[in-house]
Design a protein around this ligand. Sequence first.
Ligand SMILES: NC(=O)c1ccc[n+]([C@@H]2O[C@H](COP(=O)([O-])OP(=O)(O)OC[C@H]3O[C@@H](n4cnc5c(N)ncnc54)[C@H](OP(=O)(O)O)[C@@H]3O)[C@@H](O)[C@H]2O)c1
Length: 324
Amino acid sequence: MKALLCKQFGEPDTLDIEEVASTPPLGGEVRIRVRACGVNFADGLMVKGLYQVKPPFPFSPGTEVAGDVLAVGEGVTHVQPGQRVMSLFNWGGMAEEVNAPAMLTLPIPDTMPYINAAALSVAYGTAHIALAHRGQLQAGETLLVLGAAGGTGLAAVEIGKVMGSTVIACASTPEKLALTQQYGADYTINYTTENIRDRIKAITNGRGVNVVYDPVGGSLTEACLRSLAWEGRLLVIGFTSGTIPQIPANLPLVKNCSVVGVYFGAYAIHQPEILMDSLRTLTTWYIEDQIKVPVTQTFPLAEASQAINALHNRQATGKVVVEI
Ligand SMILES: NC(=O)c1ccc[n+]([C@@H]2O[C@H](COP(=O)([O-])OP(=O)(O)OC[C@H]3O[C@@H](n4cnc5c(N)ncnc54)[C@H](OP(=O)(O)O)[C@@H]3O)[C@@H](O)[C@H]2O)c1
């Protein structure tokens, strides 16, 4: 089988496609013929050696796939060979086949294309657990999303609308902001040309926002923290700006607000039932047409490094998927 391989940390362009052996699933695993692999910002960080997870070499990037079950290991009964499934794991998805943990493998409905199923787990799972579980977003509250045209940003916009909030989408270009409006954003702010604090004040009549979804970091984090309403929540998702912000501890004190960390992947270890409940809810919302899970661009496996680069070059919008 073919696999995209990272043999040493470096730029995505250094990845090679090679033939590797197909290995049968161990107990508790499912062997999947991968049809689509979602691309995430973390894939590029992992290849560059900048991510918290550092796999042994050689490894294939890719943490979420959809495909067909080829075989199941001992003890696996909830999926069978031939079934269409989606799954997630720490790495290995950008390959023709992968052994996935059965515990994190879920059948997908017949009407759900592989590319949308492969786009759902990480971006939407993170946004859903962040907003519903960690952020306790309530209907009628105001949600502000940074990097709102990106993978997990657009997921937060869609999920924020399903949960009944007013959504303020923030991004760097008019085109990206227009995309967020297509998926439900009520207000938009261009944080490269507008003063984000002034605009939040004007949109919320001075009250501030209840929840901030922050995958960007840098100076925007403190600006948003200062724009939180009473008992607001700042959800720390990631740092695509390249700068991990330092938060002055007096701000949460005087504003009675919370800074809440979110690490989606760690739910697989600590509370997998929360993660799987979330994916089941999201799949139902997709079937009910409540969320669209837009895939804006697909790449063949041979061009997967370009797909990873598109995210790191700030060119991608929505979800990018590698078809295999
Ligand atoms: N905590 C978790 O469990 C978890 C789960 C999933 C993702 N994440 C993190 O969330 C972040 C976003 O992931 P993603 O897969 O949604 O990425 P993505 O699709 O590439 O979106 C990231 C967005 O960040 C913005 N951005 C601002 N400065 C940037 C820069 N210098 N380079 C690139 N993008 C920049 C871009 O929007 P503008 O151009 O509009 O600014 C872009 O749309 C990453 O840091 C990722 O690691 C965390």
